[in-house]
Design a protein around this ligand. Structure first.
Ligand SMILES: [Fe+2]
Ligand SMILES: [Fe+2]
Length: 300
């Protein structure tokens, strides 16, 4: 169901890679997709960080599957960007050189295994809410890519849900406390992932007018809070009303608004794990360049 606001029929006109489109539209698609490539490929590093520490083979296996999916997402979306003149190598080079930004939530590591489940559950659900909206956008190759990605994100979501459930039902007192603390630490970070409230000016945003951005940050954040607070409550996590509370009069959720200056500073200057991820990507680009050069020369 398309439940997105179709102002002036902005979502009706669809585009394929070969359609006639303005330079602005082309640039808009590249902005969105190149941004997502960085989030997919760098955003898997906090997870990969736990590959050798996941407590049993089953968890390791699910983690490997998830990471493999994320690499796939990065490449599928990079292909969409390439169709419109994007350069796959350049996207990661831009990240290493500090020109492409990483969303605030990926600037951290998971400190404990107990933290991993709830943090991943909060993270995967933000991705799902965003993709479920973006897939109604006007650029069809991207919309199709998102439909596939959404199904895989749903698997990641269920893995994280299962992990958190396991911790809350079979874990000891200390582990349940760590889950509770993780929720309180990561919930505000994920609120910030959606970006500052733009509901007043969204209709003037060219990406919105072109039907590439489908809903406002504010609307997506509402949907996410409405979806996830009950999920955590059903898992036995206590949600402090100061963090999020339902207002039955307005049928909306109130939540602790992120400090946007702080978020912008973090993204600009790098959070605790940022430099580690930059170094990892830099080294992997250097290490793999030999293979890339051979593959490209063979292809020529
Ligand atoms: Fe992904
Ligand atoms: Fe994912």
């Amino acid at each position: 169901m398309v439940n997105e606001e179709n102002v002036d029929g902005r979502l009706d006109r669809k585009f394929e890679a070969w359609s006639e489109m303005t330079g602005e539209y082309r640039a808009g698609v590249r902005t969105l997709t190149e941004y997502q490539v960085v989030q997919e490929l760098v955003g898997l590093l906090p997870y990969a960080d736990w590959l050798d520490r996941a407590p049993d083979v089953g968890r390791k296996q699910m983690l490997i599957a998830k990471i493999q999916d994320e690499v796939g997402h990065g490449h599928i979306v990079a292909r969409v960007a390439e169709d419109l003149g994007g350069d796959r190598d350049q996207i990661l080079t831009d990240f290493v050189e500090g020109k492409a930004k990483l969303v605030n939530a990926f600037h951290y590591r998971f400190e404990t295994w107990e933290e991993f489940g709830p943090a991943a559950l909060l993270g995967n659900s933000t991705a799902l809410v965003q993709f479920q909206s973006l897939k109604h956008g006007t650029y069809l190759p991207y919309a199709r890519a998102l439909k596939k990605i959404e199904r895989e994100e749903s698997f990641h979501y269920h893995h994280a849900l299962d992990l958190t459930h396991e911790m809350m039902t079979s874990g000891n007192e200390q582990q349940r406390t760590l889950v509770q603390e993780a929720f309180e630490k990561w919930f505000p970070r994920m609120l910030a992932v959606f970006g500052p409230d733009d509901s007043e000016k969204i209709r003037n945003n060219p990406l919105y007018q072109m039907g590439l951005k489908v809903a406002s940050n504010h609307e997506l954040r509402q949907r996410w809070v409405a979806k996830m607070v009950p999920v955590f409550q059903s898992l036995g996590v206590r949600v402090d009303p100061a963090l999020a509370s339902y207002d039955s009069d307005t049928d909306r959720w109130n939540y602790a608004m992120p400090d946007w200056k702080e978020v912008a500073n973090l993204v600009r200057n790098g959070g605790p794990a940022y430099h580690l991820w930059v170094e990892k990507i830099r080294r992997s680009l250097a290490r793999n360049s030999v293979y890339r050069d051979v593959a490209l020369s063979q292809a020529a």
